[in-house]
Each structure stands twice: as structure tokens, then as C-alpha cells.
Design a binder for this molecule. Sequence first.
Ligand SMILES: C=C(O[C@@H]1C=C(C(=O)O)C=C[C@H]1O)C(=O)O
Length: 166
Amino acid sequence: MTSNTLSSTSSLPPTELLPWLNAEGSLTAILEERAGQPLRVKRSFEGYRSLTLGQKKQLGVRGMMLNRPMLAWVREVQLYGNDDMPWVQAQSIFPLNSLKGQSRRLQHLKNTPIGYVLFKRRRTLPNERFISHTSDGWQRQTRYDWHGRKIMISETFLPAFLSSDL
Ligand SMILES: C=C(O[C@@H]1C=C(C(=O)O)C=C[C@H]1O)C(=O)O
């Protein structure tokens, strides 16, 4: 169901973060459980963007398609638990072919967490996960297979999350 890859970093994630980096299913659900209240979503960007070569590769694009421009719907948010500093910085990439039919509502979520839609009917989804350390914090990048389409969701755990009592 899931294969986790840890980037070749010399440092390992803090032990208390491992269950969060490796959690299956909706991150929204377990963040809300930890916060004891609904997650607050603050959008910093939402719209169409042309994917970089790296993003296309992460989505599993291969061959000639890699050299062609590829448009996707991108959403960038900060997720707040129960204090005034954001806990998670997230970017979600939906290639246009994943936004057909019912999935089009993913472009009109406003401040509803994606997890409410993605995991509405299924507790977990097939996925492949990459964990790495970035300048903003430890990040998990998950390529979900959702109704046979690939979507990419990156979540970075920010310092305020680490200083909350995990
Ligand atoms: C993908 C999920 O949704 C969460 C909510 C997001 C949003 O609303 O933009 C983005 C990333 C996730 O942390 C989830 O709950 O696992």
C-alpha cells in the first residue's frame, strides 16, 4: 500500500515526528484530534500553474510527456491547530486530468481541508511517500492514487507543531 523513502539525509527526523510523517489516511483527521478542534486552513495560493520538470517526475510522468508543458491546479495553505502559529505548510498538485467529474470540487474547497474530500469514503488511499528535510522543516511528499489519478500532496511540519505537546 505504501512505500516510504527517506531522502539520503545524514539527520533523521525527531522520534516524536515519525508517527506524523508516516501516518496513513487523513492528516487533517489526526491534526484535529491533536488540536481538539477543527483545523483552520489559510490559503496562500490557489490556481493553475505549469508544472516543473521535478514535479512532473514526482507525479510519475515519463518519456515525451516530460518535455511537454503540463498544467495543474495548485493549492498552497497553512494549517492551524489550536494556537496562533501554523502547524503545517501544505502544497497540493492536481493535474488537470484528475479534476474531472466529481473531482472538480477540489477547485472550490475554499477553507475546507482537502482531507474531508479525499478521505470521505476511504480511510486510506494507495500512495507512495517521500520524506525529506527542508529549510522549513521535515516534509512528507505523498503521491496518492485517487480514483486512478495521481495527485501530489506535500506537507511540511513547522516549528510550532514540534513545540506543541505531541
Ligand atoms: C490531504 C489532506 O488534507 C490536508 C489539507 C490540505 C488543504 O486543505 O489544502 C492540504 C494537505 C493536507 O494536510 C489530509 O487530510 O490528509
